[in-house]
Each structure stands twice: as C-alpha cells, then as structure tokens.
Write a new protein. Structure first.
Length: 101
C-alpha cells in the first residue's frame, strides 16, 4: 500500500474512533433520554419569541444534571440550521417528551 493511502486510512480511523468521545456520561439514564427528547422537540418546533413553545421541565433542567445534559444535547443535535442545504423533519408528536416522569 502506498504511504499516502496508509496515512489517509490511519487518519480516518483515528477520527472515527474519536466520535464516541462526545457521548454523555448520563446517556443511559432515563432523565437524560427525557431531556434529549424535550430538547429535540424544542429545537424543531420552537417559535422564536414565544416561550410557550419551549418543551422543558424547568425544575429538572435546573436540578438534574442528566436531564440538563440531555436537553442541551437534544436541542443541539436537532436544531435546524439555515447554513446547510438539508433539512430535518419534525419528530413524531406521539413520542414527544413530557419531561421527567
């Protein structure tokens, strides 16, 4: 194998291996998942200037690090960005999060 190809493959493997580094320590907790769902729903359905369109359990957001981390991760992952050519669809409303249960 040519050295340039080997270098490109090694770089690609190291980048892919690093993808898991961003996984939250709370990712397997139910409150993280509830927060993620609420954050994602907010990112795709929020009306700017209308706080009633934000789906978030404020008490859990302030006091539960798992819910807080999940909400932020869900919001960031699902936020529709105007600088990309693709678009995201709305999440299925039957699965809409309702906060911590």
């Amino acid at each position: 194998m040519k050295p340039a190809i080997a270098l490109v493959l090694a770089l690609a493997c190291s980048l892919l291996a690093g993808c898991g580094l961003g996984r939250s320590e709370y990712a397997d907790e139910p409150n993280y998942k509830a927060g993620y769902s609420d954050g994602c729903w907010t990112a795709t359905s929020r009306v700017p200037g209308d706080p009633s369109t934000i789906t978030r359990n404020e008490e859990a957001f302030k006091s539960d690090p798992a819910y807080n981390a999940g909400w932020k991760a869900g919001y960031n992952a699902c936020q529709i960005r105007s600088d990309t050519s693709g678009s995201m669809g709305m999440p299925d409303s039957s699965n809409r999060g309702t906060g911590v249960r």
